[in-house]
Design a binder for this molecule. Structure first.
Ligand code: ACO
Length: 274
């Protein structure tokens, strides 16, 4: 097991899973500038680290993340444009770009409160599994601000327009079950099954070819904003690229095992590792 403790983030790598824990439980893991800087460093390291195959983002204690730190990120930086810009830059670098472009699958394990700015890294993760009793809220309106950063944009990518408008304008909170029903997360499970469910998903993903999985997640994200013609063009090029990127020859091996050897059914299981 490899462990690395930053000032506000804890990383533990076990059995191929990098557990990345936002670690300010006394502040319900609200994101202060230091947390943004620490997360940039942690993701930069983990993106190319060879010990971990899947990343899980979670929070210490009873909270996933209570959003932006209203004191340290907002009030204290209001009149410090240089520090504000540095923090915003780090926030963007990990909370959206770092996670959406991460080379391995990412899972948000929502163990408790998830408010405001926390929706961006939540949605940036490829999968999100929450405890049924986790509490979500687009509470910005209650603070006299809008869901800024990228929150207003990304919520409309996963929730319906109606739900995004409703929760952003009312600031009402909702639980894991509702988060699943409106498409914000992948699934919601009883709290005592949360870690097992996330671990099972991570293990499932680790069975796949990492090169192929990376291309699949890049493709799913990339086509969202393309026209049909652009998507055809992009996906064809991406498919071609795989012939060079997939140095394990997963596709040819899969076809050979299915057609010639008749040793496996790809509809149900991943191509066996080489
Ligand atoms: N920013 C700064 N500090 C915070 C934040 C935050 N977003 N959330 C919690 N804290 C701090 C509290 O100030 C408190 O600090 P203190 O002990 O020094 O007084 C500590 O965390 C614990 O907070 P409590 O409110 O006492 O904890 P409780 O468990 O009762 O409630 C809850 C947790 C529901 C998360 C509550 O703290 C809360 O409503 N926080 C704000 C959540 C929110 O609306 N976030 C969005 C911010 S706006 C944005 O992200 C763009």
């Amino acid at each position: 097991m490899t462990t690395k403790a930053y000032e506000t983030v804890l990383v533990e790598i076990t059995d191929g899973i990098a557990w990345v824990t936002l670690n300010r439980p006394e502040k319900r893991n609200a994101m202060n500038p230091q947390l943004h800087f620490d997360m940039v460093e942690a993701l930069t390291w983990l993106n190319t680290d060879t010990e971990s195959k899947v990343l899980v983002l979670t929070g210490a204690g009873e909270s996933f993340c209570a959003g932006m730190d209203l004191k340290e990120f907002f009030r204290e930086l209001d009149d410090k444009p240089v520090e504000r810009a540095a923090s915003r830059d780090a926030d963007k670098r990990w909370g959206w770009y770092g996670l959406t472009r991460f080379s391995k699958p990412t899972i948000a394990m929502v163990n408790g409160y998830c408010f405001g700015g926390a929706f961006t890294p939540l949605i940036a993760c490829d999968f999100a599994i929450a405890a049924d009793d986790a509490t979500f809220g687009l509470s910005e309106v209650n603070w006299g601000i809008i869901p800024g950063g990228l929150v207003s944009k990304v919520v409309t990518e996963v929730m319906t327009h109606r739900k995004a408008m409703y929760y952003a304008c009312t600031g009402r909170s909702f639980d894991g079950k509702e988060a699943e029903a409106i498409g914000l997360i992948t699934s919601s499970v009883p709290r005592d099954q949360l870690k097992a469910e996330v671990t099972a998903l991570a293990k499932d993903l680790m069975e796949k070819s990492p090169v192929v999985l990376r291309a699949v997640k890049e493709a799913i994200r990339a086509v969202t904003h393309m026209t049909v013609d652009q998507a055809y063009e992009y996906l064809e090029s991406k498919q071609e690229q795989m012939r060079f990127r997939d140095d394990e020859g997963t596709r040819n091996r899969g076809i050979a095992e299915f057609i010639d050897k008749k040793t496996y059914r790809p509809g149900f299981e991943p191509v066996g590792k080489k």
